[in-house]
Design a protein around this ligand. Structure first.
Ligand SMILES: Cc1ncc(COP(=O)(O)O)c(C=O)c1O
Length: 397
């Protein structure tokens, strides 16, 4: 048994999910790019594993871009998105052949500036489209009527202004980036984004190298929609506006690839009674499992205990000193004792990437292979990790 606390990546499950997305793309849009959204979970082992099977990187900051390079992604297999690109990194990414989707006006200026400096370089970029998801699929926008804050708005002319500005710098519009988060992750959201992309392409007579539909997909072992449902619907909506043999479809899944294949293994470290409640304290916390403290769905948990007696109410809690660091309430469940184990399933998305140094440092990570063998791929963070870079501590460090 591995020591707790620890994240565990189930390698066969990760392979299954990546393979399903690859198969959906191969079936509906062979000329496509599967790029993995680093922000979802940038564990170096995971990123390297996906690179090894040919998945591209989708990054949204200079730091993520540099991480991709450090882990062996060639620049021409990096999709560079997001509103926070630095000027130098943007210029280098364009020069090195990354696929870049611009999200901010200053980025348009930087690209146009580079285009003017290098008129023969044939610079080409994509633009993120700011579009009204709520109007097209009511009830789906996570931001409601307030709309999205990303990309260039279609209705008020900012998208066309950005296209025109690029043209004055000799930069070709090569792609549209359509990502929107949604409430239900329904296929209708992707029908809406692909249909809007098709309208924009036809109305403006665009000749695109790519349509980037973004991420936000649902990923589950048995439930629908499946990756195949999504990609099939996207193709149906786009095929009248682009030639799939010429224009590449880019998808940027994050959570749909990593949520299910990652577990958290924890142990009970203390139990006590408060009134009728048995408080079960563990060596994990919301800071590991729900770092934004906004999860509404209950955790899926497997319990390992030798006890057979049941208890009416057990409140399973985290190790922090926050009252609301409560993980779940067990009703009429077996009595948990010190040393018993809990495995929290489906916790790979937006957990490790929000890792906290609150009270404890980030836990170890293991990979479980098809034979059930565990390999540690990251050590638990230590105080010396925490102190690294504090050069005032000693002149040598
Ligand atoms: C531009 C972009 N691409 C991809 C993703 C990944 O989304 P998800 O983890 O929901 O697949 C996000 C997440 O917000 C995003 O903003």
């Amino acid at each position: 048994m591995i020591p707790t606390p620890a994240f565990v990546v189930d390698e066969p499950l990760l392979t299954l999910f990546a393979g399903r997305f690859e198969a959906a793309l191969e079936r509906h849009w062979p000329n496509s790019i599967l790029s993995y959204s680093f922000k979802t979970n940038a564990l170096p082992w995971l990123i390297s594993h996906l690179r090894n099977r040919g998945v591209w990187a989708e990054v949204v900051s200079d730091h993520e871009y540099e991480l991709a390079l450090a882990l062996g992604y060639p620049p021409e297999r990096i999709v560079y998105n997001g509103p926070v690109k630095g000027r130098e990194r943007l210029r280098a990414a364009l020069a090195a052949g990354s696929m870049v989707n611009l999200d901010a006006k200053r980025e348009v200026e930087w690209a146009a500036e580079l285009g003017r400096e290098q008129p023969d370089a044939g610079l080409a970029v994509g633009l993120r489209v700011n579009w009204d998801l709520e109007a097209r699929v009511p009830g789906e926008s996570a931001t409601g009527a307030a709309g999205s804050r990303f990309g260039f708005n279609v209705e008020n002319g900012e998208l066309d202004a950005a296209i025109a500005r690029l043209r004055t710098g000799g930069v070709r519009l090569a792609g549209l980036h359509m990502h929107r988060n949604s409430r239900s992750q329904s296929v209708d959201v992707y029908r809406a984004s692909a249909s809007l992309a098709a309208e924009l392409i036809v109305e403006r007579g665009l000749e695109l190298d790519w349509v980037d539909i973004g991420g936000g997909f649902f990923g589950s072992l048995d439930d629908s929609p499946t990756f195949d449902d999504y990609v099939g619907a996207i193709r149906e909506c786009l095929v009248g506006a682009v030639d799939p043999a010429r224009t590449r479809l880019i998808v940027e899944p994050g959570g749909s690839l990593t949520a299910v294949p990652i577990e958290f293994h924890a142990s009970v470290v203390d139990v006590k009674w408060v009134g009728d409640n048995r408080i079960v304290v563990t060596d994990t916390s919301r800071t590991d499992l729900d770092p934004l403290f906004r999860r509404r769905r209950p955790f899926a948990v497997d319990l390992t205990t030798a006890s057979s007696a049941t208890v009416p109410t057990q409140i399973v809690s985290g190790f922090t000193c926050m009252e609301d660091d409560r993980l779940l309430t067990l009703e009429d469940e077996r009595e948990l004792r010190v040393g018993d184990r809990l495995v929290f399933r489906n916790v790979g998305a937006y957990t490790m990437s929000y890792q906290s140094t609150f009270i404890e440092l980030p836990p170890a990570v293991y990979v479980r292979d098809a034979a059930g063998a565990y390999t540690r791929v990251r050590e638990r963070a230590s105080v010396s990790d925490y102190l690294r870079g504090n050069s005032w501590l000693s002149p040598e460090s």
